[in-house]
Write a protein that binds this ligand. Structure first.
Ligand code: GLA
Length: 377
């Protein structure tokens, strides 16, 4: 979390005085990738990195924003039907409009925000931004929306104002995170459970490939469309309800690509359940094995990996890491690695060297701790 005094200083110089501070986190996801919009399970946890904002009502019909990381400002009217052209500010605009549509009486406000969740790393910086504003504005203007509704407001913002047809995982995790717990969410029913995360003798490490992951304009929506085509042919609402037998029967009617996409999703829904069983037995080696299988599926069947991410996963395997895979939407961003404590230093040194040797650029390790969800600070 960034130091909010930086935000308060910027608030003072732009608007005078101080704002009320809020925070919402980014997330990791242990397993269950591209399953959320298929009605399957996901296994995320909020991290301690995220987006912080300080804000205050301004008794006008206008919103004034200053993003410290971008060093840019933006203003819009609450009744503006178009919103800002700059996509960076459309996240906040979308949240404002969606909150209003949900009945929250949002009034004009001034806000300064910034964060420490790396952009484009697959850690859901955009969900953190949406969740931070959704939570804060609901609180500031006396709305009574529960956290799941606020998460759906963030998701609707992606769909309607940014153009990414994402699932609910990122906003869900940012709103519901709990320190030292992962969450298993059933994306079909919306039911979820907290799982204590104390992997004795193991730790998680993200490695940012620094290949910019950008879901806006990426083939993310095409992947979703493939899944929806197969589900429609199978006569089910989402692929979660398509059985292996059904998929096999349908195979002759499917193009090769759609078949492989669906095969990945069915496998991933099963893998999340295996991981739950393994976690109950504290069998982290089995959790790791499933993570490697996920990566293989994401790389070969779902085709959302890239040479840099494949390399990082291969290196992890070579260096004895228990499990590794690309995390999030793909097309760049991070790998998530589950490794025994004693391997940590060696893995960190080696992978940084070999990555630089292979690609001529640095990868960035990101240690993670599991933290709480959106809140006032
Ligand atoms: C992105 C989306 C999520 C989810 C993941 C892949 O992070 O925002 O909804 O689909 O990709 O699991």
């Amino acid at each position: 979390m960034i130091d909010t005094t930086i935000l308060q200083q910027a608030f003072g110089s732009h608007f005078g005085g101080e704002g009320i501070p809020y925070f919402a986190p980014g997330r990791i996801n242990l397993i269950g990738e591209h399953t959320d919009y298929n009605g399957g399970f996901v296994f995320p946890g909020a991290v301690t990195q995220g987006i912080s904002a300080v804000m205050r009502p301004n008794n006008s019909p206008k919103v004034h924003l200053y993003a410290v990381d971008l060093q840019r400002s933006c203003s819009f009217d609450l009744t503006d039907l178009e919103g800002p052209a700059d996509v960076n500010f459309r996240y906040v605009y979308g949240v404002v409009r969606e909150l209003m549509a949900a009945g929250v009486i949002v009034e004009g406000f001034d806000a300064v925000y910034g964060g420490d969740v790396p952009l484009g790393a697959g850690m859901s910086s955009s969900a953190a931004l949406e969740s931070c504003f959704a939570f804060a504005l609901c609180d500031l203007f006396g709305g009574h929306l529960d956290r799941m509704t606020l998460a759906r407001i963030g998701q609707a913002t992606e769909h309607k104002y940014v153009g990414v047809k994402c699932g609910i995982m990122d906003q869900f995790a940012s709103m519901h995170g709990r320190a030292e717990h992962l969450m298993r969410l059933d994306c079909r029913s919306g039911e979820f459970q907290y799982f204590p995360w104390h992997p004795d003798g193991y730790r998680l490490l993200l490695i940012n490939s620094c290949v910019k992951h950008e879901l806006v304009g990426s083939p993310y929506n095409e992947r979703r469309a493939s899944c929806e085509r197969v589900a429609a042919l199978a006569g089910v609402e989402t692929l979660r309800d398509c059985s292996w037998e059904q998929l096999k029967t349908l195979q002759p009617q499917l193009n090769n690509e759609d078949y492989h996409r669906a095969r990945y999703v069915l496998g991933e829904v099963d893998r999340v359940l295996s991981v739950c069983g393994a976690l109950e037995r504290n069998d982290y080696e089995e959790v790791g094995r499933q993570m490697y299988l996920t990566h293989e599926g994401l790389s070969k069947d779902y085709e959302v990996s890239c040479p840099e991410l494949d390399f990082l996963v291969d290196e992890a395997r070579r260096l004895g890491v228990s499990g590794a895979r690309l995390m999030g939407g793909g097309f760049g961003g991070c790998t998530i690695n589950l490794l025994r404590n004693e391997l940590y230093d060696n893995f960190l040194n080696e992978v940084q060297q070999t990555y630089r040797g292979r690609f001529g650029v640095d990868c960035h390790p990101i240690p993670v701790s599991i933290g709480d969800g959106a809140r006032e600070l």
